[in-house]
Write a protein that binds this ligand. Structure first.
Ligand code: COA
Length: 153
């Protein structure tokens, strides 16, 4: 895959299949959204859906939920395995935060599995702090614990 900077833009209906495949490549079955949940994410009026695109196609996806409350939630963020370590997730996260600030959100919260070191490091480097541990955040996994992390926007 090329190392060109990705363009970060809103998801369009034509991106759905590419994002579904990216999601499949990025997560283990036990933690991946199934098709029904993914469809709901795409269709929900208050979900902010962003993709990262290079000449190779869609290499990253992020979704955040923000309604009328000041707190927003990062639902998912992922980079294609072959495009990792090149700032794709960081660029998506920066744009998610920029758009949420413009929508007057003041806190971004997320949940991450306790063993997901790349993701925890990404979040800590970008200013998120661990708020608490949720022992049953991932009931489908042997180690079910997750961290709830948050950042002031
Ligand atoms: C976590 C994930 C989104 C990171 O995507 P990425 O595009 O590779 O991230 P970036 O290149 O923007 O890296 C940003 C920071 O994350 C950290 N990081 C990324 N990959 C890492 C790894 N393998 N090990 C440790 N830290 C890592 C680094 O601190 C990096 O900072 P640096 O660039 O200053 O070194 C990606 O590994 C992924 O898609 N994982 C599977 C899906 C997932 O678990 N998503 C999170 C769910 S909560």
């Amino acid at each position: 895959m090329s190392s060109a900077d990705p363009e970060i833009r809103s998801l369009t209906p034509g991106d759905r299949e590419a994002v579904r495949q990216l999601h499949e490549a990025s997560f283990a079955d036990e933690v991946a959204f199934d098709d029904i949940v993914l469809d709901r994410v795409f269709r929900h009026w208050n979900t902010l859906n962003l993709v990262a695109e290079t000449e190779d196609g869609i290499v990253g996806f992020a979704a955040a939920l923000h309604g009328s409350r000041p707190k927003a939630r990062l639902l998912t963020i992922q980079t294609h395995p072959e495009a990792r370590g090149r700032g794709v997730a960081s660029a998506l996260l920066a744009e998610v935060q920029r758009r949420l600030r413009a929508r007057k959100a003041d806190v971004l919260e997320l949940e991450v599995h306790v063993d997901n070191e790349p993701a925890i490091e990404l979040y800590e480097k970008r200013g998120f702090a661990i708020e608490r541990e949720d022992p049953a955040a991932y009931p489908s996994l042997d180690t079910s614990a997750g961290y709830v992390m948050h950042k002031q926007l």
